[in-house]
Design a binder for this molecule. Structure first.
Ligand code: CA2
Length: 146
């Protein structure tokens, strides 16, 4: 059985679709998980889709992916801009990493312009709404099969 792709979501993304639809859209995280599941099936990939508001829990999933995952797609939420610990965990993962942001972080406050995770990611998608997760999955399919 091929290893799955880990799709990890950071703090407050559990509120997706419930608040600030002008920034993050109307889809819930459950909608995103279902859309990723359907596309992954079409692409012949397995996924593990997770969200946590806790840095250490995200790091534990990144460690789990070291043995069990083929690649990681991550929207680290606000930890994007603060977490050297998540970067360190990512650097211990050997497969491809793609970073996703629902909003265009470069059009927002300057503190959102820097990402620690981008120092590790093969690619970054920002500002494509929740469609960014699906674009990342398609790209991941190419990265894990090459
Ligand atoms: O655009 C993104 O995906 C972000 O990673 C989202 C983070 C933000 O801190 C990053 O700068 C960019 C925030 C996630 C909060 O999600 C919410 C969703 C709905 C309502 C409230 C928060």
């Amino acid at each position: 059985m091929a290893k799955p792709i880990y799709i990890l979501n950071g703090p407050n993304l559990n509120l997706l679709g419930l608040r600030q639809p002008e920034i993050y859209g109307r889809e819930t995280l459950e909608d995103v998980a279902n859309a990723c599941g359907a596309l992954a099936e079409d692409l012949g990939l397995g996924i593990r889709f997770h969200q946590s508001n806790h840095e250490g829990v995200l790091i534990d999933w990144i460690h789990e992916a070291r043995g069990q995952g083929a690649g990681i797609i991550i929207n680290p939420g606000a930890f994007t801009h603060t977490s050297v610990a998540i970067l360190d965990a990512m650097n211990a993962f050997e497969g491809p990493v793609l970073e996703v942001h629902i909003s265009n972080v470069h059009k927002r406050e300057s503190f959102r312009h820097h990402s620690y995770v981008s120092l590790r990611a093969e690619g970054v998608i920002a500002g494509f709404g929740t469609e960014g997760y699906l674009l990342a999955l398609r790209r991941m399919r190419s990265l894990v099969s090459s």
